[in-house]
Design a protein around this ligand. Structure first.
Ligand code: COA
Length: 261
């Protein structure tokens, strides 16, 4: 459900990393439904193809570009190919992320690094590769961060460290890129139904019920509720917003996180 005017992103090119599934795929649908040409990136070609097919079945203009966000040359090439196919870039969504719950003592150095590399280095890589293609008044970057950026969570040392880095990356780029007309903002999705992240963190009904009861809005969110915030932040209605961090979490970040585990 969108409150935004039909055709709001008509002809605009939106590139979304990690766009094959979950919140990021919903973001692709939301921009596409408003007229955007969407380029989705993912590292698994089969999953990516299925997502592109789903977007096209809805009558949306969509292309898929396989690349691991940790691989700068591959991601740079994906962005270049998207610009060749879909035209100048208007919006970048840095959505690729990894997560698994584990106590720090059971996490290998490589496990910590995998999440840091996907979330933080991957966001930097996408921004860095996109900037020359993006820089113009009206352009926007949106990072899909998490409440872990601002609150410590048990079993999430890697994600907390990575997402805190993502938010500082967002603020730093907002400072540097504002003069070029590029706004850079961060979204904190709270517990969102039907996502791999929540299946990993609160997959059992008992944990879910406990979390919902403690939340101000007493329910998990929907992927579309996150997507609509991304649309707003990329739109001209948010033209004075940059360097911001925006929770869409039913108020969960107000009550902290101890309730999760
Ligand atoms: N507990 C502890 N360590 C784990 C783990 C778990 N549940 N899952 C993975 N790891 C470790 C691996 O053992 C490996 O470390 P090692 O080499 O010392 O054994 C390291 O993490 C990398 O694992 P690998 O599977 O090779 O990495 P990958 O790059 O293919 O996958 C992950 C990245 C680990 C983040 C994986 O969970 C993933 O692909 N997630 C993407 C989807 C996702 O998480 N979505 C939700 C986003 S909120």
């Amino acid at each position: 459900m969108s409150v935004f005017r039909e055709g709001l992103f008509q002809g605009k090119h939106v590139f979304i990393t990690g766009g094959s599934s979950g919140i990021n795929l919903q973001i692709a649908h939301a921009f596409g439904a408003l007229g955007a040409k969407v380029a989705i990136n993912g590292r698994k070609p089969d999953k990516l193809d299925a997502a592109v097919k789903g977007l096209r079945e809805q009558g949306l203009r969509a292309e898929g570009y396989a690349a691991d966000v940790r691989d700068y040359p591959a991601l740079d090439a994906a962005l270049a190919a998207a610009v060749t196919a879909l035209g100048p870039l208007d919006v970048l969504v840095c959505g690729a992320a990894g997560n698994f719950p584990a106590p720090a003592v059971a996490m290998s150095s490589n496990g910590f690094k995998a999440v840091m590399d996907i979330d933080l280095l991957g966001s930097f890589n996408a921004c860095r590769a996109a900037f020359e293609k993006l820089k113009k008044p009206g352009a926007a970057v949106i990072a899909i961060s998490a409440p872990q950026a601002g609150h410590p969570y048990m079993l999430q040392a890697h994600v907390c460290a990575a997402k805190a880095g993502v938010d500082m990356l967002v603020k730093s780029l907002a400072l540097e890129w504002g003069g070029a007309g590029v706004r850079v903002n961060s979204i904190w999705p709270g517990p969102i139904d039907d996502t791999e992240g929540m299946a990993r963190l609160a997959g059992d009904p008992e944990t879910k019920r406990k979390v919902e009861q403690a939340m101000p809005l007493q329910r998990f969110g929907t992927k579309d509720e996150v997507a609509q915030l991304a649309v707003f932040l990329a739109s001209d209605a948010a033209r004075y917003c940059t360097g911001g961090v925006y929770p869409v979490d039913g108020g969960m970040s107000l009550v902290g996180n101890a309730l999760m585990f």
